[in-house]
Design a protein around this ligand. Sequence first.
Ligand code: OGA
Ligand code: MN
Length: 301
Amino acid sequence: MEPTITAIDATLGATITDVDLADLDEATWNRVEEAFHEYALLVFPGQDLTDDAQVGFAGRFGDFELLRPDSDAKAVSISNQKPDGSVFKPEEHRYQTLRGNEGWHTDSSYMPLAAKASVLSAQVVPPAGGETEWADMRAAYDALDKDRKGRIDDLSAYHSLYQSQAKIGHIVETGAGYGYHTKGAPLRPLVKTHPVTGRKSLFIGRHAYRIPGLDDAEAQELSGDLLAFACQPPRTYAHDWRPGDAILWDNRCVLHRARPYDYRQARIMRHTRIAGDPASELATTGRDERASGFAPSASNR
Ligand code: OGA
Ligand code: MN
C-alpha cells in the first residue's frame, strides 16, 4: 500500500491516508519521516491506535520523554476526566494545566532538553470546540522583514512553566509535578536552526518570559508581537478531531495550542513525546531567580 500524502492548504501540514501506523514497512516509514521534515505536521485520520501501537510509532522518532515522574508510561492521557468519570474543576491543578495548553507553546521548552516531536491521538472528543491548532514557525521567520530579523537574531529567552501558568493566574509551588522541578530556567535563542533541514524558525511561545537585554515590558511586547504575527493564516491549521485520529508534529519548528470547549464535557487525548537531541535541543540553564514558583515575574503579578 502506497501512502497518499495530501498537503494541507497552509504553509505546514499534510494529511496521510492509505497507511497503517501500527504496521509500517521500511519504505513507508521512510516516506513518513521525509514528509515529517517537509511538512512538520502530519495528520493521520482514523488510525484507532492502541497504546502500544502509538508508542511503537512514536518510538521510531527517538527516545521517549517520560511525563509522569512516578511511572515509566510512554503514552499519557491528556484528559479533563478523572478515573471516576467526573471532570476536573477550575480550582484543581490539572484543570489549570489543561487551560494552560490553550496558549501557543512548544512542548518542554521549559525543560533543559526541549522536545523533538509529539504524537497526539483523540480518544473522546467534546461535541463542540476542543480542536488543536498548529502554527508554522519556519514560515513565520521567513515572513519577518529584515529589520525584525536583525532585532531578534541575537536574542534569547528564558522559558518557564511557572511563568506561563502564572500568566493565566495559576501560581504553582516548586515541585508540583512534571516541569515544576527546576530551579534554573533554560535560555533558548529566539531563532532556531532545524538540525535536519537547516531551516530557521522562530522559537517562541507562552513559556518564554524574559529576554536578557530587554526590560520586562519590552520583552513582553516583543513576544506578544511576534506571536500575533506568527500565528495567523496561512501559517496555521486547526484540526477538528474525530476519535481515532492521530497527529504528529515537530516541536522544533511548530507551535500548538488547544482550543477551548465546555469543560463539563469529557475530552480524552493520548500523548506521546519524543525527546530532543542534546546536540540541538539542550539549553544552557541559567539561574534566573524567577524560574521557580515563588516569585512571579513583575509583569505576571
Ligand atoms: C499537547 C497539547 C493540546 C490539545 O498534547 O502537548 O498541548 O489540544 N495538546 O490537547
Ligand atoms: Mn503541548
